[in-house]
Ligand binder design. Structure first.
Ligand SMILES: [Zn+2]
Length: 276
């Protein structure tokens, strides 16, 4: 699968970034954020409902749609690919998972360092109504409970929102932050929203320092995340793509494996970086 020179380079690597996209979750049976849901929600376009505008107009409807998605996420299990990535940490490597997925499956599989570029569906944060904030022209007030800016600006993605952790994305009325009264929403990046700058910086820093990057199930169509594997390549890191539908990266990276992650990563990683 890999020639001996590449294998030697990979074995000398100390810092590894595993970059994962929708294909990784699809193998666990989770629809991508762009896919329509089933049943009652089949007619609803995700790009119409997963937006700040839709939440502002009808928070309950948007909440209910995410509840339906969360049911699929909770019912799913990490697959052999997620597990192989988690096991990598036992091979004396510094592993950073950078994911575009919002389903928490890397953490459930046991990965310790996961940068969630698009957030996490099962975590909540307060909804910041930027239109209202700008209209009020009030200075920012940081809510001590949700750690979000109760009046404007974005929530801090690294905040430890401990008091919100007991509130879950479940059927029922949209909950509110007990501190500031803001409506709560899933901590995901909706259509029309920018990625959290802190997450993107953390991902970028991991790529700047890595010796190898494995891109798994990522279509590399959505910027700025799509640039991460290319940046690693230009820096001189070893780059491997694992994707049943190889992208433009395949022709430029050091190895391209046109296969799903669950059937590939366990053997691939055990060959390159056997657990100690
Ligand atoms: Zn609050």
């Amino acid at each position: 699968m890999l020639d001996s020179a590449l294998l030697a380079d990979l074995r000398a690597a100390r810092r590894v970034v595993v970059f994962t996209g929708a294909g990784m979750s699809a193998e666990s049976g989770i629809p991508t954020f762009r896919d329509r849901l089933t049943g009652l929600w089949a007619r609803v376009d995700p790009m119409e409902i997963a937006t700040p505008r839709a939440f502002r107009a009808d928070p309950q409807r948007v909440w209910d749609w995410h509840v339906h998605l969360a049911e699929a996420v909770r019912a799913a299990r990490p697959n052999a690919g997620h597990e192989a990535i988690a096991v990598l940490e036992r091979a004396r490597l510094e592993v950073t998972v950078v994911t575009q997925n919002i389903d928490n499956l890397h953490q459930r599989a046991g990965s310790a360092k996961v940068i969630e570029l698009h957030g996490n569906l099962l975590r909540l944060k307060s909804f910041v109504d930027e239109e209202a904030a700008f209209a009020a022209a009030a200075p920012p007030v940081i809510c001590p409970v949700c750690a979000g800016y109760a009046v404007w600006e974005r929530c801090d993605p690294w905040a430890e929102r401990a008091d919100l952790r007991v509130i879950e994305l479940r059927a029922g009325r949209v909950p509110r932050c007990p501190g500031c009264g803001a409506l709560l929403r899933p901590d995901v990046v909706w259509f029309g929203e920018p990625l959290a700058v802190e997450m993107l910086e953390a991902a970028w820093n991991a790529v700047e320092e890595c010796d190898a990057l494995i891109s798994v199930g990522a279509s590399l169509e959505v910027e700025p995340a799509a640039s991460l594997p290319w940046r690693a390549l230009h820096r001189g890191a070893r780059v491997i793509e694992v994707n049943p539908a190889p992208t433009a990266l395949a022709a430029h990276c050091h190895a391209s494996i046109g296969a799903p992650a669950a059937g590939t990563l366990p053997e691939l990683f055990a060959t390159i970086w056997p657990p100690l």
